[in-house]
Design a binder for this molecule. Structure first.
Ligand code: GLU
Length: 305
């Protein structure tokens, strides 16, 4: 079986240069080992995502020469499958309903915070009795959390090396499904990667801290996890992180200012794959790709010509 990598973009706006950089490295990593590429549109949050944006994403990837071999059904169409996965997780006895609001958690005295800034869940609803749960359900629907163990999840990232996190101390019981019924990214991404047989996940370093949660879900579901490799983030020249709000670096404007070859050349240079900036295609970079060349530090990039 060939390796299977994936693009998993969220169609909540136009891709920016950082998304494109991660997509290029994900594509090169799997193609350089003769593997295949999957595209999955991560539109769980239907209020923020649109089919029109998804079409634009596909066209931006094609314009860059980053083709894929197949497309998985979009996340917004997969509720029944995610319900099955949630049921399987419930069988472990670790899923519990929770009525705490964001405000409750913020106000909890001395609540410790995880590295991504969210308050660590203090366990308030974990041990409610059946009668308490019935009484609260009558008032409003709960969200669903996974009770995590006081245990270190360790793994070796394909780029950043050994990583570990104690889920109870550093993350806390995390959300699997919101009270409005929308499934959480952590559950959906694992469910879909398992279903497609993804063997390699390459994505931005901002998602490195989600990996221990996802590995724990793999363990509970009895599935073999993929290999993970995270990529450094591109920043503005002043070190500010790029975001979808940076209109000057979104694909609409990039496509007006650069040819696909020029853009690929600049990204390949930033990734350490070229000694100097020169137009090239993703295909031409396949034999040059090596994780050893890719920097670990975030990369300031300026697109002034
Ligand atoms: N959909 C996520 C994003 O656009 C990526 C999720 C992943 O690669 O695991 O940031």
């Amino acid at each position: 079986m060939p390796e299977l990598g994936r693009f998993a973009p969220t169609p909540s706006g136009r891709m920016h240069l950082g998304n494109l950089f991660s997509a290029l490295l994900a594509w090169l990593s799997v193609r350089s080992r003769g593997g295949e590429m999957l595209l999955r549109i991560e539109d769980l949050d239907t209020a923020r995502c649109s089919a029109e944006n998804a079409d634009i994403l596909r066209s931006d990837l094609e314009w860059m020469g980053l083709g894929w071999d197949r497309e998985q059904p979009a996340q917004s169409t997969r509720t029944d499958y995610y319900c099955d996965i949630l049921r399987r997780l419930e069988e472990t006895g670790r899923v519990f309903p929770c009525w705490c609001t964001r405000g409750d958690l913020k106000n909890a005295a001395n609540a410790p915070h995880a590295s991504d800034g969210h308050p660590i869940y203090p366990g308030t609803c974990r041990a409610l009795t059946e009668a308490q749960r019935r009484a609260r359900t009558a008032l409003r629907p709960p969200l669903w959390r996974l009770a995590v163990p006081d245990e270190v999840v360790a793994f070796t990232d394909g780029h950043y090396g050994p990583c570990e996190e104690n889920l109870a101390a550093e993350c806390g019981d995390f959300i699997l499904r919101r009270a409005d019924g929308v499934f959480a990214y952590q559950l959906a991404v694992v469910a879909d990667d398992i279903d497609a047989g993804v063997t390699e996940v390459v994505r931005g370093r901002d998602l490195l801290s989600s990996t221990p949660r996802q590995l724990y879900l793999y363990r509970l579901l009895g599935a073999a996890p993929p290999r993970y490799a995270h990529v450094p983030l591109l920043t503005a020249p002043d070190g500010r992180r790029l975001s979808k709000r940076d209109r000057d670096l979104d694909m609409g404007l990039l496509r007006e200012r650069f040819s696909p070859g020029e853009l690929t050349g600049r990204l390949a240079f930033a990734a350490g794959l070229l000694e100097e900036e020169a137009p090239c295609s993703p295909d031409e970079l396949i034999p040059l790709f090596s994780w050893d060349r890719v920097p670990l530090e975030d990369i300031p990039i300026s697109l002034g010509s």
